[in-house]
Design a protein around this ligand. Structure first.
Ligand SMILES: [Zn+2]
Length: 251
């Protein structure tokens, strides 16, 4: 074909008409356009149990990892509430300032915990403004980079301090998700949630099931600094330090 084209070009008498209409046709809008479709469906899901009121104190705090005993299939990691300099942290890459805070806060965590935070923060099942989150792999596999597959279940126990009483409130939290969904994951997740709640209730500090009133993060800048552990709280209404549970003293 290229040879034919060259031959024609050198011959003035040759009719070059077929080439011209072709070029013109490409600039005319066709009646129906041909679109190439692209799509990515992400599916995140999770479950959170009722809360269990615990006798407050650092001992109860130290016992959180043991509540994953018999269920954790990876190393158990403890994620503390975020101090005020990370109050905007969000796992959303298109918001660079929020994403940067999130990465600075969590880059040292294991791939499993980071995956769990992306899933559970995206669906609002965990809020590190006041939650302490104890996390591990609970079911399924990781890929070759160590990140959980979409049908793997991650989670553990989240705790916060009840703003009314100062008691520690614990709840079981599980989550999963990514590029796909499997029919039996929800059922396995429910089973794991029950197992975790059983462990929480079995703690020597457990006082019983309670309704959860999660603290409301403040709109403005908080900045109360805990006199006991030095933690700068991200929400100004916090009555108890999100990290150590001691009463915050207002200046
Ligand atoms: Zn404190």
């Amino acid at each position: 074909m290229p040879l034919d084209f060259l031959k024609r070009r050198g011959n003035e008498n040759d009719d070059a008409a077929p080439a011209a209409p072709q070029a013109a046709a490409s600039s005319v809008m066709p009646e129906e356009i041909v679109a190439q479709e692209y799509q990515l469906k992400l599916y995140f899901a999770g479950k959170s149990s009722e809360g269990v009121r615990m006798k407050a104190g650092p001992n109860a705090m130290n016992e959180l990892p043991s509540m994953l005993a018999g269920l954790a299939k990876s190393e158990i990691e403890v994620v503390d509430p975020l101090p005020i300099e990370f109050s905007e942290a969000t796992p959303s890459i298109v918001r660079p300032s929020e994403a940067m805070q999130w990465l600075n806060a969590h880059h040292a965590l294991s791939p499993i915990t980071r995956h769990a935070l992306v899933v559970l923060e995206s669906i609002d099942a965990v809020d590190l403004a006041f939650d302490t989150f104890v996390c591990a792999m609970l079911d399924g596999e990781t890929d070759t980079s160590g990140y959980p597959e979409y049908n793997a279940i991650v989670g553990g126990v989240a705790s916060h301090w009840d703003e009314a009483t100062g008691d520690m409130i614990c709840r079981a939290v599980v989550g999963w998700g990514g590029r796909g969904v499997r029919g039996d994951t929800d059922r396995i997740g429910a089973k794991l949630l029950a197992g975790l709640l059983t462990n929480v209730l079995a703690s020597q500090y457990a006082l019983g099931i309670t309704s959860i009133e999660r603290p409301v993060p403040a709109a403005g800048r908080g900045g109360l600094v805990c006199a006991h552990c030095g933690f700068a709280s991200a929400h100004e209404r916090a009555f108890y330090c999100p990290k150590c549970g001691m009463r915050l003293l207002r200046g």
